[in-house]
Design a protein around this ligand. Structure first.
Ligand code: HQG
Length: 182
């Protein structure tokens, strides 16, 4: 039996990036049928049960997943590279948001701005601590402060996923400032 972290990684991969790798279909809003997911995962040697999935959804450290109101479907709330995905509503952001990255990306970021790379959106957080942790995943962390208020006033849209992560399509260089180097 895989542990909950492994299941969370498996679900992230399937629901954000590659449902076709196990033959699963997601609808336009990114929902996949839980019973089908369990069957298809089983065929690939990943044992899942409804209870395990519910447990992962509830206890997941970043609340990465949601189950539909009727209990039949599951989706990732953010992080997708897939085009078929959640339809976020544009909302007004806080004055500043943070993005954690690694020092080796800084030159390129201050050349091209923040771009989503493989994902659909650039991911931002409300606190710099989260950004430090995100940056650590890639190397020596650097936190960038994003002037989200100015971006919003300039007509750039922001969205917030159900787990609190802020999303925008890209951040041009003029709205970026280095916050601190850890
Ligand atoms: C960098 C995790 C060079 C960007 C986290 C980042 C987050 C550039 C990397 C979520 C660039 C992409 C997303 C440019 C951006 N030149 N590098 N112009 N623009 N980058 O993993 O934001 O645990 O796709 O700084 O907690 O690190 O998966 O994005 O370093 O919320 O739920 O390109 O994933 O959540 O890396 O992480 P990623 P991210 P989960």
């Amino acid at each position: 039996m895989k542990d909950k972290v492994q299941i969370s990684r498996f679900l992230s991969y399937i629901l954000r990036h590659s449902p076709e790798s196990i033959g699963l279909s997601l609808n336009k809003q990114g929902w996949g049928e839980i019973s089908t997911l369990i069957q298809l995962a089983q065929k690939q040697g990943t044992q899942l049960t409804r209870k395990l999935i519910e447990d992962v959804v509830e206890t997941n450290d970043k609340k990465r997943f949601a189950i539909s109101e009727d209990g039949l479907f599951i989706r990732a709330v953010q992080g997708h590279s897939l085009k078929t995905t959640v339809d976020y509503q544009p909302i007004s952001p806080p004055k500043a948001l943070y993005h954690g990255t690694a020092s080796r990306f800084i030159e390129s970021i201050f050349d091209k701005g923040l771009i989503p790379n493989g994902r659909q959106y650039v991911h931002l957080s409300e606190d710099d601590k989260t950004a430090v942790n995100v940056g650590h995943r890639h190397g020596k962390p650097v936190v960038l402060t994003v002037n989200s208020q100015q971006m919003f006033e300039d007509g750039i849209e922001f969205y917030q996923a159900d787990n609190g992560v802020w999303l925008t399509l890209a951040v041009p260089v003029k709205y970026l400032k280095i916050n601190k180097i850890q």
